[in-house]
Design a protein around this ligand. Structure first.
Ligand code: GLN
Length: 338
């Protein structure tokens, strides 16, 4: 989990039955009200609130729930009013219509309950791409950009022309919003990129993102890990699979996100192990498998890769200095002929 997610610890939504690993990730709408100072919802007596007042009240309401309360308030009000953050500041004294204020208060309230800001605004930036996100997909994390960097280092830029034997191919397993596949595709226009996900609603988000971004050279397939690509080989296989252990208290802070994208099973290593165990026959000779994992899972993932015949196995640190990605390569020339 991210350090930010750890610090942002909203109160439990419902007592007891947190069955995140079974997919019950519904946020209950409760009776908490957001009535701080000038944020009057009742029509009539009081004059309309200004942009500056709403930002102040929203930020105050989020203080104990978010690492970036002011930024969150600005993003949410900006979304409702169709204004940039600088536009909000410039028009701080403008009155806000009651309907807009109500919509804003509702978003602030959802944020207080732990809904990620990206679900409330509907977008998230990843690798400088504006991605659409819905609760059907994991919110792309900045540390996952390390996976993209490591993949790109292993995918030389290709010039079109007769000297090129074949386009490089990349498989992204459990693609979710398509973040990793699309980031790689945006950097390697000549490559063949394929994103796979078991969730139809996640795949819809990925497909919509590829259309919005005009990255038409990405293909998408529905299915479970390698079952979606029988007999196919790739130069690079990347995955950010679910790797949080079922009993990890971190899940409590992630309950707005799809359990299927987060929870790997009792140990958290189940999906990583399934992928590491089945990847080699899907790699070209000297192809790479690159896996994101929890910051305490690097030795386990390295062992998994070695056990399945991978060499040059190495773990890499994310921007906060935590081991986050482990990779390895296979040398299996005989497989090229099969
Ligand atoms: N990085 C996520 C988190 O812990 C987990 C993502 C995953 O399980 N793939 O916040």
């Amino acid at each position: 989990m991210t350090p930010a997610a750890r610090r942002t610890a909203p109160p439990p939504l419902s007592a007891g039955a947190t069955t995140l690993c079974t997919g019950e990730t519904q946020l209950r709408t409760g009776a908490t009200t957001l009535r701080t100072g000038e944020t009057q919802l009742s029509a009539g007596a009081t004059p309309p609130s200004t942009i500056a007042q709403l930002l102040q009240n929203g930020a105050r309401a989020l203080e104990s729930r978010s690492d970036s309360p002011r930024l969150d308030a600005e993003l949410l009000l900006g979304k409702i009013l169709g204004l940039s953050r600088s536009g909000l500041i410039a028009r701080g004294n403008d009155p806000v219509a009651a309907g807009h204020e109500r919509a804003y208060v509702s978003l602030i309230e959802q944020r207080r309950r732990g809904v990620p800001i990206a679900y409330l605004t509907g977008t998230r930036e990843f690798w400088s791409l504006a991605l659409r996100v819905t609760p059907a997909v994991l919110v792309p994390r900045p540390e996952t950009e390390l996976l993209v960097e490591l993949a790109l280092q292993r995918l030389p830029e290709q010039q079109a022309g007769p000297s090129v034997d074949r386009a490089r191919s990349i498989l992204d397993l459990g693609t979710g919003s398509g973040a990793i596949a699309l980031a790689i595709a945006s950097e390697r226009p000549g490559a063949r990129v394929l994103g796979v996900d078991i969730s139809p609603s996640a795949l819809e988000v990925a497909i919509q993102n590829s259309r919005d971004l005009g990255l038409a050279h990405v293909d998408w397939r529905l299915g479970s890990w390698f079952a979606a690509v029988p007999g196919e080989r790739f130069d690079v296989i990347v995955a950010n699979p679910p790797y949080v252990a079922a009993a990890d208290p971190a899940l409590e802070n992630l309950r707005a996100e799809p359990a299927i994208a987060l929870c790997g099973g009792p140990t958290g290593l189940e999906a990583l192990s399934a992928i590491a165990g089945a990847a080699a026959p899907h790699l070209h000779d000297e192809g790479w498998l690159i896996l994101e994992h929890g910051s305490d899972q690097a030795p386990d993932v390295a062992r998994l890769l070695e056990r399945h015949g991978f060499t040059r196995v190495r773990s890499h640190l994310d921007f906060s200095g935590k081991p986050r990605v482990t990779l390895g390569t296979v040398h299996s020339p005989h497989q090229e002929t099969t």
